[in-house]
Design a protein around this ligand. Structure first.
Ligand SMILES: [Zn+2]
Length: 188
């Protein structure tokens, strides 16, 4: 368990001792669930969300507006936005942001795939919902510029300012998230 986000050697040890007290059958169920994790999950070929099927349930939902794409950093951000219940478009998961200090360029995340969607599909609006961090803002600008260079008619908007700088979308509460979504602004 050491090496999971937020889990150092001490926490790992504490968890191991904690789990030793589980009855055998509970431990076995846990082990099976971990084993199934990778087998039962697929990455959506369209938006790169994680689901049991590809295209994912969100992409195949006919009640959702496929012309609006909300761009997020991680599947957890997607889940947070889904919980907030104010959004009926589809998504695109980048799996990170551009971060030159860590040698992460546009081609190291699912950004070319996003630009391809803008080119191939009829996209009315891109709502860039990367975190309000320095890298998140820079990535938003990069996408906006690229879309403009492509000459696409797609509107590029940035999720609203309700989110404090440095905040993590994943941990924002539902009200803040739906306000941020409503308060989105056109990027110039
Ligand atoms: Zn999908």
């Amino acid at each position: 368990m050491e090496g999971l986000p937020g889990v150092g050697p001490k926490t790992a040890q504490r968890l191991a001792y904690y789990m030793l007290r589980f009855p055998q059958d509970r431990l076995e169920r846990f082990a099976e669930a971990v084993e199934r994790l990778k087998k039962d999950t697929k990455m959506c070929e369209r938006c790169f969300n994680v689901d049991e099927e590809s295209p994912c349930k969100i992409c195949s939902d006919r009640n959702r507006d496929g012309g609006i794409i909300c761009v997020v950093e991680t599947p957890l951000d997607l889940l947070a936005l889904e919980r907030s219940d104010g959004y009926a478009g589809v998504y695109h998961v980048l799996y990170g942001v551009i971060n030159p200090l860590n040698n992460i360029g546009p081609n190291d995340i699912y950004l070319p795939q996003l630009l391809k969607r803008v080119k191939d599909e009829v996209i009315e609006e891109l709502i860039i919902s990367t975190n309000p961090s320095m890298e998140g803002e820079a990535t938003a600008m990069y996408i906006a510029n690229k879309v403009r260079e492509m000459g696409a008619k797609t509107r590029v908007t940035r999720i609203g300012r309700g989110l404090p700088t440095g905040a993590d979308l994943e941990y924002a509460d539902d009200v803040t998230l739906s306000r941020a979504m409503e308060g989105r602004k056109e990027m110039v």
